[in-house]
Design a protein around this ligand. Sequence first.
Ligand code: GLN
Length: 482
Amino acid sequence: MSKFSHFTANRLSELYQKNECTQKQVLDCMEKCISERDTDARKINAYVPGRERRPVHRKADKNSPLWGVPIAIKDNICVESFETTCASKILKNFTAPYNATVIEKLLDVGAVVYGHTNMDEFAFGSSCETSCYGPTRNPRDPERVPGGSSGGSAAAVADHTAIAALGSDTGGSIRQPAAFCGIVGIKPTYGRVSRYGLVAFASSLDQIGPLTKDVRDSAMILRTIAGYDPKDSTSANMPVPDYTASLGKSIKGLKIGRPKEYFEAGLSAEIAQSIEESMKALRSLGAEIVDVSLPHTQYSVNVYYIVAPSEASSNLARFDGVRYGHRTKAANSLLEMFEKSRGEGFGAEAKRRIILGTYSLSSGYYDAYYLKAMKVRTLIKNDFDEAFKKVDAILTPTAPTGAFKIGEKSTNPLEMYLSDIFTISANLAGVPAISIPCGITKGNLPLGLQFLGKPFEEETLFKLSYAFEQETGWHKKLGNAN
Ligand code: GLN
């Protein structure tokens, strides 16, 4: 019976169409796997612990491809009547009063929304260690982190306790955990997917996207959740193509840029080699690899760590002990109530970001930090515009290393921030980017390859990724897809 949990959404859908399984069988199987694997001695902790897991679904056309497919949801995406806490003490006991638009869209096609997954507090992190529920572990090596901040979503998919999951990506939080766990994760173009009901971290960078066992599932889910939403003023009014239609098409003649700046930063030999081999596979499929330059890459991490905390400090001002979640029991005045509620409710990384962001937005420093960072952000975006005049997509590693050990970087925030060095630019520029498995280290850790695309050309990313996946078979070698 446990075999259902090892299937992709696409395979499950085929079984439903042929009446070879029922939704109840699938859900029972998922529940059994979670209770066996997520809470056993290995304690992957992919789902938020101690929280009820209620499958939520509504009547829908049984022929739609996600009908009956259980999908896990990151704990910062509102699911009506579910506790939605962003893995923060400050939101404990906060029950979402409405569904995020992505949840409505999944329910409309009959998908089963299934449990909240663990994450770094408010999505601040690259390792899933800043959660108030304790760290999630990497199912490929439980001594190691699953990546972050959507680490619970990635771990659940890699551990077969979810068929697929939703995450959010502000600077790499879908792609880096996908790489660390050996699965597929896409950050769509900014504005492609509604942010309504996603608890905001940095509103100009955040996007929701799927984490899946293979490229086809990624295309299926993105197609479902994408599209204009009048409830999100930054959502783009652009048609959403049927991404699955691009799968299997030839990539002959496609031009893929290799940005030289990404390969100068002292890549580990194993990563450099896996990228070399990936380029070989792409060439054998008829793609052309050309050198491009993104000269302002070196400033990405610096710019991000001004812009993202600035927006976060503003967004998190709403958690004040009055409107949501935790309120201190020990205050004698209104000001003390604000201070103590926030002091008790936020973890160390959240406080660090609020302080950093408030500082760079304050009147004496705004021009020197925030304004300057915004100007450099434009230069980074211009680099992509230039590069995309020459190429259809850009290729980079997803992360500078494989999954690191739990505790290895948690005492050194700067080192942790550098683990996003390859993913951050896509958010600053607003372009779409996907991570797909491309190798395994000697220590048996998966590695990810990242493709970045032109705005709203996710189709090209899916076409390329699918061709690469079928040619190299990494999704099968990693045991993702039966
Ligand atoms: N790791 C990055 C950060 O800590 C990105 C997080 C994210 O994408 N949510 O900000």
